[in-house]
Write a protein that binds this ligand. Structure first.
Ligand code: ACO
Ligand code: ZN
Length: 223
């Protein structure tokens, strides 16, 4: 009985004290000193990571009312590569991905969405691939025992299908989500991945999607 009461009190306090920082998007408890220290550390690292001062030579591949998309290729100047590495580190940290070694690092294309406030608010990393396995739609309804068990273990077809382009990372800054930034990144990728052609949604594949990634991919590929 005691533990139950304790749990309720804890949950209440967490809910009461939770704040979201309007600059870095971190959710933390303002009244908790440890949380505040963690926030200050994350805040500086994050804002430094996504800061985009502008480059002398930048490859702008799309322009919008609220920002632009810059493409970075493997042999670009060191400052561009460094920015891509810094952003990817923040993204991997947020997604809980271990350092993943790229299969073909000199063929990687990275698209950065730069906001009007000169910040990297979106990132898409793409690589050429030869085949992919289709994610099978999950069984829904109460009769499906597996649906609750694991978020990540999507069922995949065991028949490989030809594909051209693999999206190994797609990320949008928490405070800028649902503004079609991811959609615009993928549209631009389809236009730019292979010279002179627009890839169909069948030719692109999302690798190891998170729940967010899967919701986005399903919606994107059906519209
Ligand atoms: N829940 C439900 N539907 C969603 C979601 C979501 N979380 N995100 C996107 N969609 C659907 C919606 O239908 C949306 O259109 P609508 O807003 O008009 O309804 C449509 O997809 C287009 O969404 P965008 O606005 O273009 O997507 P956004 O810019 O918010 O970015 C992303 C989506 C990249 C998945 C973002 O939520 C994110 O960064 N999440 C955390 C990182 C992550 O999990 N990335 C995917 C990893 S998998 C991989 O990298 C291969
Ligand atoms: Zn902050």
């Amino acid at each position: 009985k005691e533990t139950k009461d304790q749990l309720i009190i804890d949950a209440g306090q967490k809910h009461f004290g939770a704040t979201m920082c309007k600059s870095c998007g971190m959710i933390y408890t303002a009244s908790n000193p440890e949380d505040e220290v963690q926030h200050v550390q994350h805040h500086h690292r994050f804002l430094e990571g996504i800061k985009y001062a502008g480059w002398k030579k930048e490859r702008v591949v799309a322009e919008f009312w609220d920002g632009k998309i810059v493409l970075v290729l493997p042999h670009d100047p060191g400052y561009a590569i460094k920015k891509v590495e810094d952003v990817q580190e923040l993204v991997d940290h947020e997604l809980g991905f271990q350092q993943v070694v790229s299969r073909c690092p000199n063929k990687t294309k990275t698209f950065l969405f730069i906001s009007d406030e000169k910040r990297v608010v979106g990132c898409l990393v793409a690589e050429p691939i030869k085949q992919a396995f289709r994610v099978l739609s999950e069984p829904t309804g109460p009769e499906s025992p597996s649906s609750k068990e694991c978020h990540r273990a999507w069922q995949c077809s065991d028949v490989p299908e030809p594909a051209v382009c693999g999206i190994s990372r797609i990320w949008v800054f928490r405070l800028k989500r649902r503004k079609r930034i991811a959609r615009r990144l993928v549209d631009t990728l389809r236009n730019r991945f292979m010279f002179g052609c627009f890839l169909s949604t069948n030719e692109i594949a999302f690798s190891d999607p998170t729940p967010d990634g899967k919701l986005f991919a399903t919606k994107y590929c059906n519209t």
